[in-house]
Each structure stands twice: as structure tokens, then as C-alpha cells.
Design a protein around this ligand. Structure first.
Ligand SMILES: [Zn+2]
Length: 405
């Protein structure tokens, strides 16, 4: 009798333990983005613990499961401007949550050429925001686009000339200090005085250098690559309208094997032929898509004052009528997935590579960017028809952070 009681007691404990373990493992089912076949992912402690392939759909779920999107160039979202004078930690939280709704699980808040003290102030705010547990997992670091870029019209794009500066290592350290060492990407013009030694120091400090908003010659671009630059910021944009057909900054960056370009594939910053050419030249393994979205993205079309600029938001793009330039994009990076598939006929696998796996690899974010055992449970669930994506759910570190219903 006693033995029977003890056995029952032990069995009860065993069942409870199993149940508890089961509760701590969440699972999601759908179809794998690589092959469209059924898959169930189990999460444990925020990471993917099992990838179970089944013959039949589980619970009829036919939503695609893909690694969450990673946007390395985004200026703001839903009215929150990372370069604006009113940035707060709360505002960064708001932007992050809005980005979850469009499938972005990680992003690099990007600060553009602005008043130096404002850049510094905003990096300090971003560094504080990163420490907020709720959103910290979605912000691996920051992108500083400028102020060490070309002051020349066309090349500087919509960046204000008066805030462009000559490269200064001391200044950069000041910004990096304010950012608590979280600037992981900087866009620099290689032709500026002192740019090449500056690039070398930045690279040696572990920060990625991307060439952008510049009119560098082939030899200046080569020098920058030799100094460690490995990316080109929004290739084909941040460039004057009238350029020499032989000698211009686009060819040397396109032909340089060591450079991975980022492309704004929103359907407006680059035309179909440019996207196709850049994609064919660099390939899906060496291309990264970015939204370059402005804070106006997600807001109703109209005129907006941003800092010292009057901007015009159309349903598709943000214009800077003052200098007849594009000021940034109005769509999140999920739009880039749709556009690149439409323009190049690439597979969903390649589109996700360019919007998730490649940026993760480029910045050694080895815990995300793939559906793989041990990787973080950063997953986006969506349906797709006629190259249009409909985001259904988003998970960060195994937690559901957005659900359409
Ligand atoms: Zn730019």
C-alpha cells in the first residue's frame, strides 16, 4: 500500500514537471519560408529549441515563418524622429512597437547629419532606450549617417550642408561615448580631408564603415576599402543627378568585391533596372536592403516641418521640395521584400536573406537572422499573395510582440 502511494506521488511529480516544462516551451506552426513546407518551431528560454518538420499543416496554419526583419538604416517611424529635438526614451519605445507591427525584430536607429550637440544628446537617449528590457532586444546598435559626408549639393542628399563636418576622431569618440559604445555603423565620405586615416581608426575600433553621400573617385574608394570600409550606403542614392558616365562613385563601389551595398528597395529611390543591375552584380549574398524610412513613415500624407526642413510626405516617398531631393522613404523594410521580389523575380528565401540573414551576418548578430536551432526566437509570421506581404504575428526572443488579431 505504502509503495503504491509513493509510486502515485512520484508519478504525480513527474507529470507536473513535464507539464511545467511544456508550459515554458512555446511553439508556433506554419510553413517554412525556405521551402513552403509545414514546420513547427519550439522556443525555450527565448531561443529556437526544436524545428519539427511535418507532412501535414499543424492546426491548419499556412502562414509563412521567417526570421524577423533587420533594418540597419531607419531614421524614425510613426512620428518619432531619431534625429529630432524631441526624442525621448518613451518615443523610442513607441517606434519600436510600431516596427514590430511591420515584422521588424531588430533595427539600427539612424541619426543623420545634424547639430553636433543634438546628435550627442540623441545618442545618449538611444543608449538609455536600449537598456529598457521591453525593447532592448530589438536594438543591437546605432547607425551614424554623417556628419562626415560631402557638403556638395546632390551628394549630400537631404542632409543640411551647414552641419556637414570634416572627419574628426576626437569628435567621433565623443559621440561614441554618449552612445555608450553602441554606434556600430557609420556612413562616411572617403574623399574628405583626413577621411582615410579616420576610417582606419573607426574600423580598428570595431565599427563598420560604409561609404555614402560622397563623390569619391575610384582610387579614393579603393583607399577606403584598404582602410577597412566594407559597405556602401544606399548605393545609387545620395548621389548627384548629373554624373560622368565613366568616372562616378557608383561603378567602383559596384565593381569592388569587398563592398556590400545597401539598397533602398522601396520602389521609388531606385528604379527597376537599377535594382536588377545591382542585385545581379552583387548577388543575394552580398546585398542588404534598408528602408531608410523617415519618421513620417506611417503618418498621413501632407506637409510636415522636421527640424529646419519642410518635407512633403506622399503615399510612397518623402520629398524635400526645397532642393528637389528625396528626403527618405515612407515605407518600412517589409516593402523592400515585396519590391525586390517583384523587380528581380528573386525567391522569398533571397529576399529574406537581404533583409535579415545578411545584415545579421555583416554585424555578427549571430543570435538572429536564421531559423536555426539555438538562434533567438525572432520570427515573423505572414501571408503573401502577388508579392504583397500581410504580417500576422511578430516574435522577439520567443515572445509574441505583435498579433494582427
Ligand atoms: Zn542617406
Amino acid at each position: 500500500m505504502k509503495i503504491a502511494l509513493i509510486s502515485t506521488f512520484l508519478i504525480t511529480i513527474l507529470i507536473q514537471t513535464t507539464t511545467n516544462q511544456m508550459n515554458s516551451i512555446d511553439s508556433i506552426s506554419g510553413v517554412h519560408y525556405l521551402d513552403g513546407k509545414p514546420v513547427t518551431l519550439e522556443f525555450d528560454d527565448g531561443n529556437i529549441s526544436e524545428i519539427i518538420r511535418t507532412k501535414e499543416l499543424v492546426k491548419n496554419s499556412s502562414w509563412f515563418l521567417a526570421p524577423g526583419l533587420i533594418d540597419i538604416q531607419i531614421n524614425g517611424y510613426m512620428g518619432v524622429d531619431f534625429s529630432g529635438p524631441n526624442l525621448t526614451v518613451e518615443a523610442v519605445k513607441k517606434a519600436t512597437k510600431a516596427l514590430w507591427r511591420v515584422g521588424v525584430t531588430s533595427y539600427f536607429p539612424t541619426i543623420i547629419t545634424s547639430d553636433f550637440s543634438l546628435i550627442k544628446k540623441n545618442f545618449a537617449i538611444l543608449a538609455k532606450a536600449m537598456e529598457v528590457k521591453e525593447i532592448g532586444n530589438s536594438i543591437p546598435g546605432f547607425h551614424l549617417e554623417g556628419p562626415y559626408i560631402s557638403p556638395i549639393d546632390g551628394y549630400r542628399g537631404a542632409h543640411l550642408k551647414k552641419y556637414t563636418r570634416k572627419p574628426s576622431w576626437e569628435e567621433f569618440l565623443e559621440l561614441q561615448n554618449a552612445a555608450k559604445n553602441n554606434i556600430i555603423l557609420i556612413t562616411v565620405a572617403p574623399e574628405l580631408d583626413g577621411a582615410i586615416p579616420f576610417i582606419k581608426k573607426i574600423v580598428d575600433s570595431g565599427v563598420m564603415v560604409s561609404l555614402g553621400h560622397h563623390n569619391g573617385s575610384a582610387s579614393q574608394i579603393k583607399d577606403a576599402v584598404n582602410a577597412g570600409a566594407r559597405m556602401a550606403t544606399h548605393l545609387g542614392n545620395g548621389c548627384a543627378n548629373m554624373i560622368n558616365r565613366h568616372n562616378n562613385p557608383i561603378w567602383p563601389q559596384l565593381s569592388e568585391d569587398l563592398i556590400t551595398p545597401s539598397l533602398i528597395a522601396d520602389g521609388f529611390h531606385l528604379n527597376r533596372e537599377e535594382i536588377r543591375t545591382f542585385y545581379k552584380t552583387k548577388g543575394a549574398d552580398n546585398t542588404i536592403l534598408v528602408s531608410d524610412a523617415l519618421d513620417l513613415a506611417g503618418l498621413p500624407p501632407g506637409e510636415y516641418i522636421r527640424g529646419e526642413r519642410k518635407l512633403l510626405l506622399t503615399p510612397n516617398v518623402v520629398k524635400f521640395p526645397g532642393i528637389n531631393a528625396l528626403a527618405g522613404a515612407a515605407s518600412p523594410i517589409s516593402k523592400c521584400v515585396e519590391v525586390v521580389m517583384d523587380f528581380t523575380n528573386c525567391s522569398l528565401e533571397d529576399a529574406i536573406k537581404m533583409t535579415s540573414s545578411n545584415p545579421a551576418k555583416m554585424f555578427s548578430l549571430n543570435d538572429r537572422g536564421l531559423i536555426k536551432k539555438g538562434r533567438r526566437g525572432d520570427i515573423v509570421m505572414f501571408t503573401m499573395s502577388d508579392n504583397k506581404i500581410d504580417i500576422k504575428k511578430t516574435f522577439v526572443a520567443g515572445k509574441e510582440v505583435y498579433s494582427l488579431d
